[in-house]
Design a protein around this ligand. Structure first.
Ligand code: C5P
Length: 314
């Protein structure tokens, strides 16, 4: 049978707000977060030829041993009894160690594309379950748009979509390891430690139209203590007209949401620095996210289905 191939994008996320409630018995932290997809993306070329046995190859500039992309492909193939050869090529744009979900999104892209290419029917909950076993943020990318993440961040509920505003992303040449960032959170930084009512700020944020006031990120105090220059960039984003300026996830990337493209463009020159990579992006609503996926899998999946449903079902 012929080889089926596609070029798909794995989009980044920001956390419009992020509260860490406390450490659970399984060692993970209980979260309340608002995820939002943005237009910054990696590119994944993926080709599948049915055959005997299973071979998975990844051309990956980062050469990470336990690359989430390969693990996602293996997991999918085992779960859906796929046999054949799978060749993938990853072009990275999303900075890693930045709190933008780059590795997680790459893995989710594999889980979203493979049903269409291999002719398997996979329900949303199955993709989310496989994703959740690979990493806390993977499941979110099986949904896209604006979502409330609870638990480890893998339990997701859709939120009303804010207007898709321009987002300026600042990626400093600093990598923050996620487990280290969690360890750096003192008890005082956790939302439940001082008083349960602190969660009210998160609730009022989620109930604010457009999520444009009251956002917080519990990692900021700890991460800014380790890297004070991040706080300086954040304040500069605020002074430059960003409506919301925050650390994304556990960092080290920062983002600023601007009221319009002209304001973002006006702010850009202030962030020319050798120590920063700057990305001019915008929010991607769930509808836009899914439409882009549909377009890139047009040959292999029925339009308007989510997750993309294969035309090659046997
Ligand atoms: O799930 P993921 O691989 O992204 O998590 C990386 C590490 O971050 C975990 O091993 C854990 O130390 C920490 N983590 C956590 N609570 C979460 C998510 C991640 O403590 N909700």
């Amino acid at each position: 049978m012929e080889t089926r191939s596609a070029r798909v994008r794995a989009y980044a996320k920001i956390n419009l707000s992020l509260k860490v409630l406390g450490k659970r018995a399984d060692g993970f932290h209980e979260l309340r977060t608002v995820f939002q997809t943005i237009s910054l993306a990696d590119t994944l070329d993926i080709a599948f030829a049915p055959g005997r046995g299973l071979s998975i190859e990844l051309d990956d500039p980062m050469r990470l041993d336990d690359n989430l992309v390969t693990r996602a492909a293996r997991l999918f193939a085992e779960r859906f009894k796929v046999r054949g050869s799978l060749r993938m090529k990853l072009a990275k744009r999303i900075p890693s160690g930045a709190g933008m979900g780059g590795g997680s999104s790459d893995a989710a892209a594999v889980l979203l594309a493979l049903p269409a290419l291999t002719g398997r029917r996979a329900e949303l909950h199955e993709i989310m379950e496989l994703g959740g076993s690979l990493g806390s943020d993977v499941a979110f990318f099986a949904a896209g748009g604006a979502a409330l993440g609870i638990g480890r961040g893998e339990e997701l509920y859709p939120l009303p979509e804010p207007k898709p505003l321009p987002v300026l992303v600042l990626a400093p040449a600093i990598h923050v390891s996620t487990p280290e960032a969690y360890r750096a959170l003192g008890r005082g930084a956790l939302t439940y430690s001082a008083e349960p009512h602190k969660l009210n700020t998160f609730q009022s944020f989620v109930w604010t139209p457009g999520f444009d006031s009251g956002s917080e990120n519990d990692f900021e105090a700890a991460v800014f203590r380790l890297h004070p220059e991040l706080e300086r960039w954040l304040r500069k984003l605020e002074r430059s007209g960003a409506r919301v300026a925050r650390l994304s996830g556990s960092g080290a990337a920062l983002f600023g949401v601007f009221p319009n493209q002209a304001k973002l463009q006006g702010a850009l020159p202030r962030f020319r620095s050798e120590s920063l990579t700057v990305f001019s992006t915008r929010m991607l609503t769930r509808r836009q996210y899914r439409a882009r996926w549909s377009a890139s899998l047009r040959e292999h999946a029925f339009e308007g289905t989510w997750p993309p449903q294969s035309r090659h079902l046997k």
